[in-house]
Design a protein around this ligand. Structure first.
Ligand code: AMP
Ligand code: MG
Length: 497
């Protein structure tokens, strides 16, 4: 007899916190949804895992909707705490995310979570649900980030339902299946530290090292392992932030409970990719102070890392080393950001003077709020033509982006000078693989959402496909690489999701 897809795929799932005990999570049965249907399935990810082509059948639909549980262990919601907008918020936890289990895949063990599958003991006032609108944004953006080469949680599928959910207006419920080696956050460690549960903190940190940072296990006995962990997380976070800034990504809610201990982008809410380059841009309508404005993100990451350091203090062997680990961020982040921007300029390595070249360019873009993705893509094409056409002709389309052409013409010679002696074809090749043609601009997401609300999911699937390889040309979707329409600037995204 033929096995069902759930039988074929769900073998050997482990509980994510198998070894830890119930201090860390609560078993939760998902709350079923009505009239569930696929909104989108990520066949590419399923293929990476070697799943059969027909894997996403009705059995799986029921599992990924939270309507059937196939694992031996019940799904679980984990407990964490955190600082929200700089203020200690106490206990939070997975209020609407449930882990089904950990599955072995060719890219290592992956935890499978359902976001929006009903209430948990940590739901507080919330309904445990996620709406279709925000679920489409999370689903598309996590795969877009992956396509860009930026560490992120991923998304396997998106399930819709007819159940109604009240936000600012009535919407429908959806469930995103998200995937990561681990969903542990800064807030998980903060939780046990704040409650004075040093034993539980140690258990969790040792579990984190064992499962996600096992390079640290090679340290000799007695070596300061916990400071080394802090150092490693600091480096990953600095690297992540450099990538965010370079692609113009604003997270929107960088609370400590939204910071991954693995250095992944996690919890897609009111995020935005910059259209025009505005360092002060605030993408979250609810962020009245602009705490999480684009240009502030690196500084916030550093602040969050200090909270993490504080949480680790009871375990830290050597406080000086811990402070040193955190302080490396101050030099490391700018160096990594310079490297990212140097690549965007096609420079194979970073020289001391490049920081000034980059800063002066960013100032120029900020002065005019030049469209960020289009500027870099046009620059890449200009460099590819430089050899043949010479600078005047080659950079014409870039110059057209500026109202103050003198400012552009004043900057360009320093760039041309820097390119001297470099192979500009090679430089352009780097640039075309560094400066995406397609990013998930807000208005593209909004169009997919509007269509999905009336039952047409084609745009979701098309965007998924294009954003998964954002450096490729995709001629059929050229219109998505253009300037945003005027209405894009009036899109308002709040925390409500
Ligand atoms: P977020 O701002 O989405 O990172 O969420 C902050 C906290 O609120 C987390 O503990 C979430 O699990 C929880 N939360 C957000 N929305 C809901 C909801 N609709 N139902 C239950 N908990 C929620
Ligand atoms: Mg969150």
């Amino acid at each position: 007899m033929q096995q069902s897809s759930t039988q074929r795929i769900s073998l050997d799932w482990r509980h994510p916190f198998d070894a830890l005990g119930t201090d860390f999570y609560s078993p939760v049965t998902p709350t079923a949804l009505s009239n569930v249907h696929w909104v989108s399935r990520n066949f590419a990810l399923a293929q990476e895992w070697g799943w059969p082509d027909d894997a996403f059948d009705n059995d799986w639909l029921a599992v990924l909707a939270g309507n059937t549980v196939v694992t031996d262990n019940p799904p679980c919601a984990s407990v964490y705490s955190g600082h929200q907008f700089g203020i200690w918020a106490g206990q939070l936890g997975d209020g609407r995310a449930l882990s089904l289990g950990v599955m072995d895949t060719p890219s290592g063990p992956q935890e499978i979570q359902l976001k929006g599958a009903g209430k948990t003991p940590y739901s507080r006032m919330g309904d445990g649900r996620a709406v279709l609108r925000s679920s489409i944004r999370e689903y598309l953006c996590s795969e877009a980030m992956h396509g860009l080469g930026i560490p992120t949680t991923r998304a396997l599928a998106l399930v819709g339902s007819s159940d109604r959910v009240l936000r600012e207006e009535i919407e429908t419920a959806a469930v995103v299946t998200r995937v990561a080696p681990s969903f542990l956050r800064f807030g998980h460690l903060q939780h046990f530290a704040a409650n004075g549960q040093t034993g539980a903190l140690k258990t969790l940190v040792d579990f984190l090292i064992q499962t996600q940072f096992n390079g640290l296990l090679q340290l000799q006995a007695g070596a300061p392992r916990y400071s080394a962990l802090l150092s490693e997380i600091t480096q990953r976070t600095a690297s992540l932030l450099a990538k965010w800034q370079a692609v113009g990504f604003c997270h929107g809610v960088m609370n400590t409970d939204n910071m991954s201990l693995l250095g992944l982008t996690i919890d897609y809410g009111p995020f935005q990719f910059l259209d025009g380059f505005d360092p002060a841009h605030i993408c979250n309508h609810s962020d009245h102070q602009g705490r999480y404005a684009y240009a502030r993100q690196p500084q916030v990451a550093y602040w969050n890392l200090y909270c993490l350091g504080q949480a680790l203090l009871p375990l830290i062997e050597d406080q000086d080393m811990a402070v040193q680990a955190l302080e490396t961020f101050k030099a490391l982040y700018p160096a990594l950001a310079d490297r990212e921007f140097a690549q965007k300029l096609g420079l194979p390595n970073v020289l001391a003077q490049d920081h000034v070249l980059i800063e002066s360019l960013l100032k120029l873009l900020a002065a005019e709020k030049t469209d960020f993705p289009i500027f870099w893509r046009r620059l890449s094409h200009a460099v590819s033509r430089l050899q043949d056409q010479g600078p005047v002709l080659a950079f014409e389309a870039v110059k057209d982006l500026f109202i103050n052409r003198h400012a552009w013409e004043a900057w360009l010679p320093s760039y041309l000078q820097r390119l001297e002696g470099l192979n500009t074809e090679q430089a352009a090749a780097i640039m075309l693989e560094t400066n995406p043609k397609y990013v998930l601009r807000n208005h593209l997401g909004e169009q997919a959402i509007a269509q999905a609300k009336i039952g047409n999911f084609t745009l979701v699937d098309d965007l998924l496909q294009v954003l998964s390889s954002p450096y490729d040309e995709h001629p059929r979707f050229e219109h998505w690489a253009g300037f945003p329409p005027d209405w894009a600037s009036s899109i308002s995204i709040s925390c409500s999701s």
